[in-house]
Ligand binder design. Structure first.
Ligand SMILES: *[C@@H]1O[C@H](CO)[C@@H](O)[C@H](O)[C@H]1NC(C)=O
Ligand SMILES: *[C@@H]1O[C@H](CO)[C@@H](O)[C@H](O)[C@H]1NC(C)=O
Length: 239
């Protein structure tokens, strides 16, 4: 009897949340005039990496997911079908990439999903290979301080990237900007000492991208914690 009562109670719940899950919708839009290939660590199961120009695709993220999303650019297969990219490469030779950290420089979109709370940030800690925007649709900050803000780095660092940090592609053209920590490897850039201040490189990046994390000790803005958003728009090359 108790079992039947329990079943009666559970059935509507199962119908509402098939699989017992309640996913978080992400709309990915590529506004770049070229194809980008998404990658993630941790894996986004069954996500198709290719995102051609002017295409939007919706992906249901697991209701618990912690990881980074990035895009790879200028990818191709060589004659032995080894897939590689000029930025954001995974080093595995495969188009679907989940797991390994990408080659630098790479713009990271970091998420910590514990539905209904989604924490999100744009990180330049490993440099920039892509302009990006994260836009929650609705929702309020968990700390009650207001609506969930747009977080982006919509400006190319090209004009402020010093020659020592420029990443060039195979044709020798600008492909992105490395972070000072990844190239210079000094504690003052990497925050390997306990306290850490903005440095001459991260300050310039902060002027262009005030909402992004620009060096490892950067806590302004914090990683926003949002709840109640309908979905999250993730845009590459936002216009
Ligand atoms: C394709 O690239 C891989 C990895 O760099 C390399 O090992 C392989 O020899 C390449 N194949 C050809 C035909 O160039
Ligand atoms: C930490 O900073 C101090 C002073 O700036 C320096 O002497 C020391 O070598 C640093 N420690 C590490 C591990 O880099």
């Amino acid at each position: 009897m108790a079992v039947r009562a329990l079943f009666k109670f559970l059935l509507p719940l199962l119908l509402l949340f098939p699989g017992g899950r309640c996913d978080v919708k992400f709309h990915f839009t590529n506004q770049c005039p070229y194809t980008v290939w998404r990658a993630a660590s941790t894996d986004m199961v069954d996500a198709e990496p290719d995102l051609p120009p002017d295409v939007q695709t919706t992906y249901s993220m697991d209701d618990r997911w912690t990881g980074s999303i990035w895009v790879r650019t200028q990818c191709s297969n060589n004659a032995s079908f080894y897939f590689s990219c000029q930025t954001g490469d995974c080093g595995t030779g495969k188009k679907i990439c989940a797991g390994p950290q990408p080659s630098n420089p790479v713009t990271l979109l970091n998420f910590d999903i514990n539905n209904p709370v989604v924490s999100y940030e744009v990180s330049l800690i490993h440099g920039q290979n892509m302009r990006v925007r994260i836009q929650p649709n609705g929702g309020t900050l968990v700390d009650g301080s207001g609506p969930c803000p747009v977080v982006d780095c919509a400006i190319d660092l090209k004009d402020v990237c010093p020659p020592s940090l420029v990443a060039a592609n195979r044709e020798g053209r600008y492909a992105g900007c490395y972070s000072a920590c990844d190239v210079l490897r000094e504690p003052k850039y990497c925050c390997s000492n306990s306290s850490c201040q903005p440095d001459e490189y991260s300050k310039k990046n902060k002027e262009l991208c005030p909402m992004a994390h620009t060096y490892p000790g950067d806590s302004n803005p914090p990683k926003y914690k949002c709840k109640g958003a309908d979905s999250y728009d993730v845009t590459f090359c936002p216009v």
